[in-house]
Structures are given as structure tokens and as C-alpha cells.
Design a protein around this ligand. Sequence first.
Ligand code: C2E
Ligand code: MG
Ligand code: MG
Ligand code: MG
Length: 281
Amino acid sequence: HAKRQGRNIICCYDESMLANTQRRMLLEVELHKALAEQQFRLHYQPRINADDKRIVGGEALLRWQHPEIGLISPDEFIPVLEEMGAIHEVGAWVMEVACQQLKSWHDAGYTDFVMSVNLSAVQFRDIRLAEAIGEVIQRIGINPEFLEVELTETAIMEDVSQTQTTLALLKEIGVRIAVDDFGTGYSSLGYLRSFPLDTLKIDRTFVSELPGSREDRSLALAIIAMARSLHLRVVAEGIETQAQAAFLQDQDCDELQGFLYSRPIDDQAFDQLLRKGIIAV
Ligand code: C2E
Ligand code: MG
Ligand code: MG
Ligand code: MG
């Protein structure tokens, strides 16, 4: 009986593994073309001040529109870029374009605008990272206080002694540091306290059941209280409803981000939002 069951499992497992491998190989081939043919774009999603609903910044999000397959999610292709070793090249491109955009919004008069840029765990482990970011900031001529790098909780907890070194280098060039997807990893509070962080982004899985779920309400409150005691700014991701926004604003969350306000959009659409300033929903 067990044998029969086992065989079925192995059979299905093999097929899905093959499909995964094929998809990955396809993506790898297509990503080489994407690099050569410049198929990448950046979109931006606004970050909203919870109290007055003004746009205080935006998160740069990488988009890959494949000519035949269509839009492919960064959650799927970024791990492939990491494995290919191409994340450094793409990451450098993201930083360059995001900083140029930041410069142009500052020059247009949005002088308080903060741009956040995601860094992958592989980029974070590159010892030349801070120097490379410093070079971009200097060359483009932006104030580093208005650039925030986002690192996932998992990435910063992976090798804490290297994290201390890299974060110190990033602080030296003056950028802000955010912990992304907070709550999904395994943070040691002791380390969290010792890192020079500025912002904590509550993962959207803790937001989606708000305000209905009692557990998620207490978790959100606990995360906000912890961030407060560490003197960190708190941003909630994945806000889709007014009720979620109202609850988090009441609990003194500083910033909100989510489809309720805007999906990630291209630079021209973002210009329109900036001209309005406040997002009324
Ligand atoms: P993330 O940094 O946590 O970014 C937030 C993700 O949540 C984005 O997905 C965004 O579109 C999505 N989102 C925002 N508001 C809502 C909402 O209200 N509801 C729901 N359901 N989703 C919402 P996206 O753009 O597909 O990116 C996925 C992940 O890929 C990012 O998660 C980030 O980890 C990674 N990523 C994106 N761009 C880059 C990049 O330039 N470099 C690196 N290293 N990673 C990136
Ligand atoms: Mg992010
Ligand atoms: Mg996130
Ligand atoms: Mg407040």
C-alpha cells in the first residue's frame, strides 16, 4: 500500500520538478536576452503619510515585460537572476534609474520625496555594494538621506556579523535602511536593536486580515510597539481597504502603502499623482 502511494507521489513530484526546471531554463535564456535588449522597466508605488495622506515617497519596483510571455513577477525572476549572477548588473541598473528619478522629482520641487530601492540578499553580500551606491549618489548629485534601501528580514539575519559591517558602510554613505517583509523571518531582537536601522515595513500578510482578526490585530500592535521602542519609522505594506488604513493610522503607524492608494505605476503616471499630492480615497 505504502509502495503504491509512494510511487504516485514520486511520479507527480517528478513531473512538476521537470516543469519547474524547464520554466527556469527558459527564464534563464530569456533573461540573457532581456539584459541585452533592455526589457526591464521600473514602476513606482507611493508611500503615504498615514495622518494627512500625502505622498512622502515611493518604492521602485522592477518590471519585466517579456515580448511573448508577458509580464513576469519579480518574485519569480529575481531568484533566477541571483543564480545566474546577473543580479549585480540588474541591481546596478535599478539603483541608477531610481536615483535619476529621485533627482528629477527633487528638481521638480518635491524636495522631501524619499525613494526606496529593494536590494536582494545576494547584492547585500557583495562587499562593494556601499561603495557602488555611494558612487551613484555622488555622480547624480542627490542627498543620501532621501534614498532608502530595503533589505528583507531574512537577508539581514542570515550572517549577522557581515550585516553589521555592510550596514555600517551603508550608514557611512548616509542612506536610510529599511527592513522589508518584517514578521516573515526570524529576527533576533538583540541584533535588530544593534543594527543601524531607520524603518520597519510590516509584511502584508499581517495586514490582510485587519481589522477583523484578533490575532493579527495584536500582532500588528506588537510590531508597531516594538518599532517605536527601537525608534524606527513604521510602514505598513499591502493596504487594500479603508478599514485597514484606519486601524493602522489609529495605532500610530507612520506610513501606508498599498493598492488602496495606488498600484505600482510608471514614472509618467506617478508624475500625475505627485501633482495632486494627496491621495484621496
Ligand atoms: P516587496 O519589496 O515587499 O514589494 C511589495 C510588493 O507588494 C510588490 O510586488 C507590490 O506590487 C506588492 N503590493 C503592493 N501593494 C499591494 C497590495 O495592496 N496588495 C497586494 N496583494 N500586493 C501589493 P512586486 O512588484 O511583484 O514585487 C515583489 C517582490 O520582488 C518585492 O517585494 C521585492 O522583494 C522584489 N523586487 C521587486 N523589485 C525589485 C528590485 O528592483 N530589486 C530586488 N532585489 N527585488 C525587487
Ligand atoms: Mg520592498
Ligand atoms: Mg515587502
Ligand atoms: Mg501617526
